[in-house]
Design a protein. Structure first.
Length: 123
């Protein structure tokens, strides 16, 4: 079991060096709030992790994840693939340096697999 506390900062010791990392989590099951929009989700998770991104940086992240046309749509109206991409966008905010992903492409059709992989590479 993984527990993240505060701003999701962890301390890692590697070869005698102490590193501070900011973790992002993308669980297998989407953890989204149906009444929040795509932009509200990304802003919410940014704030939870310290809120260092500008509004434009959040919009750029939404674009990189292929969700520009859904920026102001509620999560409950998104398709399964769009929800996965939103979950990824939420993982990337807050200066994430270590991403923990649990089967992010599970159950997606081929075209969405390519889109999700592009989103991961773009960020």
């Amino acid at each position: 079991m993984l527990s993240l506390v505060g701003h999701a900062h962890c301390f890692v010791s590697l070869l005698g060096f102490k590193l501070t990392v900011s973790t992002g989590l993308c669980p297998q099951k989407n953890v989204l709030f149906g009444k929040l929009t795509v932009l509200e989700h990304v802003k919410f998770w940014s704030e939870m992790k310290g809120g260092k991104e500008t509004s434009q940086e959040l919009l750029d992240l939404i674009e990189a994840c292929g969700l520009t046309m859904k920026t102001h749509s509620r999560a409950s109206t998104l398709s399964g693939g769009q929800k996965r991409k939103l979950q990824l966008a939420c993982m990337f905010v807050g200066g994430t340096t270590v991403c923990l992903m649990d089967e992010v492409t599970s159950g997606l059709v081929r075209a969405l697999l390519v889109a999700v992989n592009f989103c991961i590479q773009a960020c």
